[in-house]
Design a protein around this ligand. Structure first.
Ligand code: NOJ
Ligand code: NOJ
Length: 710
């Protein structure tokens, strides 16, 4: 007892004495993410169950699904060896910041609380139910340091779109480390947008400027809110956060988010992915989604693929749905291996609630763990956890984590495929190719130079299929199942063919089987698989990852200009973006003997980014389907591009014929710009006259208003 006290005391001293653990993110393509609803995972500290400033929001009986149940940051920390043993390399936790303190009764008068973390009141303090009653960072720091000691990165869910409910409770109250800033009903400085609830989820203006489900919508163009949110992100980085999941990224001002991305990387290396909710690639804003991610450097959760995965594995649709979704997305997304893939999350019924078939969940998990993209496992899926009340949706998909068994099939599956992700670059960096398909069978190949993985899935529960005419890039030879029969797999024999198509000896793929065959090849030249961030200004630190760079420092070239190298290893090179003209580059890594790798795209900005609101009055006439865009003389402005994807926009016209758009611009630079009309039929019309000119502020946010020159 006494010894325990002493060691706790030493530990406390230690925490004070050592600097906070630094962020460890470099290359997220090799990660396996585990998503945790903090309140529902594990109660590691009973003293924070019912804290004084928000007492009564805790239900020890776990009968009210919309109250706190006791899970906390200490609880996650205590399960670190469970997570590590599963092969998890990154945890995504609920928004940990201080949330709404009051109960807001639901329609039936039952109390509800923000146990999920999406109703912030203070982005600079830790929620008392997750940490301690003084809202300090102690439990958070302790979790991050234990995670890092176990090689596990920490992803924080960050919700910059809103604070809390605008019509009840604390009426959206926002605090800065305990100091009151404003509330929705007490907002003299315009920190919030005061618009109705979003009714049309296809309307770009409503999405960004209206209210999401009654949540007080923050005005990111206010310099105070811009500075506040970026300072909160910086504080999280200083507390060792490795990456961010940006909540409701489609509802935050899109142009502002480019500057948020830039601010995050100006703090530390990171990885950022946003929740752009959409059904599939036919969504009316699907094009906006890939334009946003390709340009902003913020990756996205892959909702279209998620829909296809659920349709195929739970609802028995044919594999062609997954295959065609991948084909479409892979042609649209520049950084497809950075898309974040998942089977389940906290906003949809668990797969087992849709179809109570453990084989299907195993197969779906094996698919996301091997397909292109960074996989997320939703907590409890490895224990086959589900509660099917009302179809199993929110909140019944956020059930208490009642078992931590390390012997489930899924636990072993995740561990094995996480290991493969580290040892075979095909999973993290490779291309994707469908090799054999019918409605129940999907055989696909991942390939990164000479590293290959071939994955075969038969989801039919009763019928086996004979597989003939299958080709692979695996070299001739015999391959055993990497999963060692865990999901019914077996060995195959590959014969010699030509052109990267080696025939596989015919075999039968039995019912509900997943097999993985793989090979790691030689490295004749350096191979680049990743760059992060994908966009940034001269002076920023960037990491290129891959294979065979050699132990001795080589070079990274932007055109003829060599970047200053900060560190060099066989698989990872950190460098500083050189002072070259802004634009899109093919960065070229060479090893110390001058052997060139494949190039990789990087966008050099003119300077760090500042959000600027552009307004052009009287941009008329336009017909339905015609839009006004912004274009100008730097890469941030599209370098005078006149295409939908190249110019900045489309602009928004809530006050037609005036149009506006927030866009992130190079700090301190004098920019030249013009507005163009891109008609529904593609015809481009320039405004007349000379270019507009504007000097972007060096800090804060900017505003510029001009008239359309007719
Ligand atoms: C999406 C989150 O995933 C969801 O759970 C939350 O309620 C909304 N955004 C609002 O923050
Ligand atoms: C071409 C456009 O026609 C013109 O209007 C614009 O000013 C220049 N690009 C940019 O200098």
């Amino acid at each position: 007892m006494a010894a325990r006290h002493i060691s706790r005391f030493i530990r406390a001293l230690f925490l004070i004495a050592i600097p906070l653990t630094l962020a460890q993110a470099q290359d997220f393509k090799k990660q396996v993410i585990y998503q945790i609803v903090t309140d529902r995972f594990n109660n590691g500290d009973a003293s924070n169950d019912n804290p004084p400033q928000s007492s009564g929001l805790f239900d020890s009986t776990k009968a009210n699904w919309r109250l706190y149940w006791g899970g906390d940051l200490a609880g996650i920390q205590q399960k670190m060896s469970y997570l590590k043993g599963m092969g998890v390399t990154a945890i995504w936790i609920s928004p940990p910041v201080d949330n709404l303190n009051l109960n807001i009764p639901d329609g039936n008068g039952n109390p509800t609380a923000a146990y999920h973390g999406y109703q912030a009141r203070d982005f600079k303090r830790i929620e008392e139910h997750f940490g301690d009653a003084s809202n300090t960072w102690a439990a958070f720091d302790s979790l991050v340091s234990t995670a890092h000691q176990n090689g596990i990165k920490v992803i924080v869910d960050f919700a910059p779109n809103h604070t809390n409910d605008n019509g009840a409770g604390e009426f959206g109250s926002l605090y800065d480390s305990g100091t009151f800033l404003a509330a929705y009903n007490n907002d003299p400085n315009g920190y919030f947008h005061h618009n109705p609830n979003i009714s049309n989820f296809n309307d770009r203006y409503q999405l960004q400027y209206y209210t999401l489900f009654g949540l007080s919508d923050l005005n990111q163009e206010s310099p105070a809110i811009d500075g506040y949110l970026k300072a909160a992100l910086q504080q999280l980085a200083q507390h060792g956060v490795d990456a961010f999941r940006i909540d409701a990224v489609k509802h935050v001002t899109w142009g502002w988010e480019y500057s948020m991305q830039n601010a995050i990387f100006n703090n530390a290396p990171s990885f950022i992915f946003g929740e752009w909710f959409q059904g599939n690639t036919s969504d009316s804003l699907y094009h906006d989604s890939f334009k946003f991610t390709n340009k902003s450097g913020i990756s996205l959760l892959d909702f279209p693929l998620n829909t296809a995965i659920r349709d195929v594995f739970a609802n028995n649709n044919a594999f062609s749905e997954i295959d065609s979704t991948l084909t479409t997305e892979n042609s649209n997304f520049t950084w497809q291996n950075d898309l974040v893939t998942f089977v389940d999350n906290h906003d949809m019924p668990r797969l087992l609630s849709v179809n109570n078939n453990m084989n299907r969940l195993n197969e779906a998990m094996a698919f996301v763990l091997t397909c292109r993209g960074i996989p997320v496992i939703y907590y409890g899926d490895e224990q086959y956890l589900h509660n099917d009340t009302n179809g199993g949706g929110d909140p019944f998909n956020r059930l208490w984590m009642s078992s931590f068994s390390t012997t489930t099939t899924a636990y072993s599956l995740i561990n094995k495929l996480s290991t493969l992700r580290q040892t075979n670059n095909a999973l993290g960096y490779g291309t994707s190719q469908q090799r054999w398909i019918n409605s129940d069978v999907y055989i696909f190949e991942r390939k990164f130079f000479n590293d290959v993985a071939l994955i075969a899935i038969n989801k039919n529960d009763a019928t086996g299929y004979s597989i003939g005419g299958l080709n692979t890039a695996l070299p001739p030879g015999s391959y055993s199942d990497y999963l060692v029969g865990l999901l019914g797999g077996f060995g195959i024999t590959v014969n010699s063919g030509s052109g990267g198509n080696n025939p596989v000896v015919n075999f039968t793929l039995p019912a509900h089987t997943v097999a993985v065959w793989q090979s790691v090849g030689s490295v004749p030249a350096p191979e680049v698989g990743s760059i992060g961030p994908t966009v940034g200004q001269p002076g920023l630190s960037v990491t290129i990852a891959g294979k065979g760079f050699g132990a001795t420092t080589g070079s990274v070239l932007f055109g003829a200009t060599a970047a200053a190298i900060q560190s060099w290893s066989d698989s990872s090179v950190k460098f500083t973006v050189p002072s070259v003209a802004n634009g899109v580059y093919n960065a070229q890594l060479k090893n110390s003997s001058g052997t060139a790798a494949n190039t990789i795209q990087f966008t050099v900005l003119a300077a760090k980014l500042i959000p600027v609101t552009f307004t052009v009055n009287n941009a008329t006439p336009t017909n339905a389907g015609d839009y006004i865009f912004l274009t100008g003389n730097t890469v941030e402005l599209g370098n005078w591009s006149t295409t939908w994807d190249g110019a900045v926009g489309p602009m928004l016209d809530p006050n037609y014929p005036n149009w506006f758009l927030n866009a992130s611009m190079p700090a301190g630079k004098t920019i030249q710009f013009k507005f163009i009309k891109i008609a529904a039929d593609g015809t481009v019309t320039w405004e007349n006259g000379s270019n507009h000119q504007y000097t972007v502020p060096t800090s804060g946010t900017g505003f510029v208003t001009v008239n359309w020159q007719s």
